[in-house]
Design a protein around this ligand. Sequence first.
Ligand code: XBP
Ligand code: MG
Length: 257
Amino acid sequence: MVFPEALIFDVDGTLADTERDGHRPAFNQAFSDAGISWHWDVETYGKLLRISGGKERMRHYMLDNPVDGLQAHEIDGFIVNLHVAKTRIYVDMFANNQILLRPGIERLLKELNQQDIRLAIATTTTRDNVDVLLSSTLGDESLAWFEVIATANEISDKKPSSAVYDYTLELLGLKANQCLAFEDSRNGIVAALGADLNTIITVNDYTQEDDFSGAMLIVDQLGEPGKPCSVLGGWAAEKVPADLEYFDLKGLSELMK
Ligand code: XBP
Ligand code: MG
């Protein structure tokens, strides 16, 4: 059996559905605390997700929604401060309002860790957001399961740029064909394919209509015993047995043959 040497995971939308009920309300709280009238409803936020990165997303929104009295030379500092506030709010949310991991994620990460398969994270979100998600769902010790955690703190060039995946592969010292990437969005798959990675997509409400051309596999989720996943497409879809309930290391290895 050919095993992947390493699995590389996106965070937002892939490990957990963080966008609609996590990042979005944190942005809105930061806007309200700063006294600005912006409010991102669920639909508006879905459109804004085309822009990766919270700072970039706010800067983009500002083009059509200028802030009264803000001078051009003040914009950079304003966005940075707003983003620091938003990150603090997001991190604090985990103390009360737990965001759960998506189906199959905890099971698969634990299996991979036990089997000594190398794990990495490649995300455009902020490092603090990754730490709080992992520690609140899997415990503080889970951070050490990941040999590389590449975030916006290390790589400023956001997805769809492949920069964060190129950096992750470099740190792992592996070639793309030795790894599998897990993504949930159009920007994510473009980034992963840009680094030549075979990519498994788990769609979510915000991304189910995205163009996932080039995906190795598209599924609704990774599945659990008794809660089977559905295969939606991808060039390796016919390698998945019709009765497969969930993906484990063996199932992922079959895809690499
Ligand atoms: C994640 C993002 C992030 C989050 C917000 O994209 O685009 O910007 O929405 O996080 P991906 P920050 O899942 O493709 O990595 O506010 O920390 O940027
Ligand atoms: Mg994502």
